[in-house]
Design a binder for this molecule. Structure first.
Ligand code: MF3
Ligand code: CO
Length: 262
């Protein structure tokens, strides 16, 4: 069952989304070679708890041990922050989820660390673009399957692959709720978008093949062929005539995104 959020719930979702975006803006200044992923995690954790007076949604979620997911290079998602240092040439996803007043925000982006090969910069850029392409479609009345269909059309042209094992999700009082948002072409998603729905779109795009596996730690997801992987995620609200990106950052120009110029 897909929930339609009330006005009051939407106000809370906007606040949670804004805080989530602000964590990603804050951490930008620390994303340099030599910092460990657990140091990045601690900075985010302390910022969320002490500055935002909010809760990191990942911490303790189904037993996840840290406050953020940090996924480097061939790690697709759900990387557990640890002693590993990020280094020159890495592409790093930081995935932030914040709970405020009982409501969730969820967003992630890639950080390009120093001199990254052009082909991996292109992977990141195309992944971001595929998210924007999906966002531009969102309005009441369209089928959810349009999202995956259009992401796939763009990504396959670029000769990258789309991870099928993880998807976007409804979000609100619960971290993960209905509907599921698939990022590839499918016929199963008959649900029609309605004003007041909130969900994430979070395509995971691989440089090589789409196959992934989950490591023994129960969380870290890697590409089977060891190719690099990128992900961008936003939390979206369906509005009367389109949508609002609840986790938009200052560096993103919403008009350019919606006008197909970014
Ligand atoms: N932030 C992830 C998502 O986009 C969820 C991670 S679950 C965690 O849905 F437990 F690993 F944090
Ligand atoms: Co998510």
């Amino acid at each position: 069952m897909v929930k339609i959020k009330t006005k009051e719930e939407i106000e809370k979702m906007k606040i949670a989304g804004k805080l989530t975006a602000e964590v990603l803006e804050m951490i930008k200044n620390y994303m340099h070679p030599g910092i460990t992923t657990q140091e990045i995690d601690k900075i985010c954790h302390d910022y969320i708890i002490h500055k935002q007076k909010a809760i990191p949604a990942c911490l303790g979620y189904k037993g996840f041990p840290k406050s953020t997911c940090i996924s480097i290079n061939n790690v697709v998602c759900h990387g557990i922050p640890n002693k590993e240092k990020i280094k020159n040439g890495d592409i790093v996803n930081v995935d932030i989820s914040v709970i405020k007043n009982g409501y969730h925000g969820d967003s992630s982006k890639m950080f390009i660390i120093g001199d990254v090969k052009k082909k991996y910069k292109d992977l990141c850029k195309s992944t971001k673009k595929s998210l924007y392409i999906a966002i531009r479609l969102i309005k009441p009345g369209i089928k959810i399957s349009k999202i995956g269909e259009n992401i796939q059309k763009y990504i396959f042209k670029k000769n990258f692959s789309i991870v099928e094992d993880y998807c976007g999700h409804g979000i609100g009082k619960k971290f993960h709720e209905d509907p599921q948002i698939l990022h590839y072409k499918n016929n199963s998603q008959i649900t029609i978008l309605k004003e007041g729905m909130t969900f994430t779109i979070e395509p995971m795009i691989n440089f090589g093949k789409k196959e992934v596996y989950c490591c023994k730690d129960g969380w870290t997801v890697k590409t089977k062929d060891k190719s690099y992987s990128a992900q961008y995620e936003h939390t979206i609200l369906v509005t009367k005539y389109g949508c609002k990106i609840l986790t938009i950052r200052k560096e993103e120009n919403i008009n350019k995104i919606l006008m197909n110029k970014k």
